[in-house]
Design a protein around this ligand. Sequence first.
Ligand SMILES: Nc1ncnc2c1ncn2[C@@H]1O[C@H](COP(=O)(O)OP(=O)(O)OP(=O)(O)O)[C@@H](O)[C@H]1O
Ligand SMILES: [Mg+2]
Length: 262
Amino acid sequence: VIHGKELVEPIVIKLGGSVITIKEKPYTVNHDAIKRLSKIIFTNYSAGKRLVLVHGGGSFGHTAVSEISQRKGILDVIDVAFVQYKMLELATIITKAFIDEGIPVTLYPGHVLCRKSADCNFELLYEDLENGLVPMTYGDIVYGDRGYAIISGDDLAFWISSALGARKIYFVTSKPGVLDKEGQIIRRVTNIDQVSDLGIKGYDVTGGMKKKVHAALEYSSNHDVEIRILDIDGLEKVLGGGEAGSIIVDSQKRLVNRGRRK
Ligand SMILES: Nc1ncnc2c1ncn2[C@@H]1O[C@H](COP(=O)(O)OP(=O)(O)OP(=O)(O)O)[C@@H](O)[C@H]1O
Ligand SMILES: [Mg+2]
């Protein structure tokens, strides 16, 4: 927890690219989904919840990176600039929709918060959160001395949660949870072997559902946190105090102190 101060239950919500965009259609925003999310987020913000938002790349970031790497093999500075621009374009569309609904979103490009993998600074974001704004960032790309690196929105959500001591992290996706082969929601995922990769539509450069669950299991093993994977309906339910989606909790979870990192 930055500054040693404790925020009122910050909740980190990752708005998956699978829900805010139409993943199989290049550069296509899902306006209906963004509208629905804006209403839910506004309701909960108004009720006093402290929220931090992270959104994914969907058919913007993933498509741009995949198309360029298929064409050129490697991303150069100009390509990185282009991918950053496409992500900013998506981010501004979401920001506008949220502000129109009354959510005071303050936007931080992912490449402004983080370099390479975990080299991040969330001080400004924290200050904004304390002052009543709703910080939002997104999965992004950076260029460094060893070429380009993708900053996954899922990872950003975990890094921010860790820095801010969030106790709840919700991953909103196009699916109502982690599904088994029959399409049923696995209510409690405690081990990666429970999860089969059912494939995705469109491009994905950060690993999709299985990688998300893997990262969530790892994070839950040393943080006191409730991690859920759910869809928009599920988000509305759990923010309202109900039950929905899949809970991801490592079966080997060992906690020393509530809310403290080991
Ligand atoms: N077992 C599974 N349960 C649920 N979804 C699965 C499973 N296996 C694969 N998927 C696919 O994974 C997708 C979610 O992962 P994906 O990375 O595409 O979404 P996201 O993280 O919301 O998007 P982004 O990475 O752009 O933010 C779902 O839309 C679904 O098609
Ligand atoms: Mg993903």
